[in-house]
Design a protein around this ligand. Structure first.
Ligand code: SF4
Length: 78
C-alpha cells in the first residue's frame, strides 16, 4: 500500500509533503509531485500537511483516480 497524490497538487505544489516524509519518497514531476509507491511506508505524514488535501491512501482511490497511481509508477520507473 502507498499514498497517492491527486491533481489538486497541480495548482498548489506547496511541497510541504517533502519536508515531512521520513523516507524521502516524494519527488517533483513535470506537472505535480509524485509518491514512489515502492518506497512509501504508509505513515500518512504527508496527507496531514497537504494544504489542498490532494493525498489519499491507495485503497481509497476511486476508479477515476487510479490513473494517478499509474502515473506515479511510471514516473519512478524511469
Ligand atoms: Fe512519505 Fe509517509 Fe507520505 Fe508515504 S505516507 S509518501 S512515507 S510521508
Amino acid at each position: 500500500m502507498a499514498f497517492v497524490i491527486l491533481d489538486p497538487c497541480r495548482q498548489e505544489q506547496s511541497a510541504e509533503c517533502l519536508t515531512v516524509c521520513p523516507v524521502d519518497c516524494i519527488e517533483k514531476g513535470p506537472e505535480q509531485y509524485y509518491i514512489d509507491p515502492d518506497v512509501c511506508i504508509d505513515c500518512a505524514a504527508c496527507k496531514s500537511v497537504c494544504p489542498v488535501d490532494a493525498i489519499v491512501e491507495e485503497y481509497d482511490l476511486t476508479p477515476d483516480q487510479e490513473t494517478y497511481l499509474e502515473q506515479a509508477e511510471e514516473f519512478f520507473a524511469k
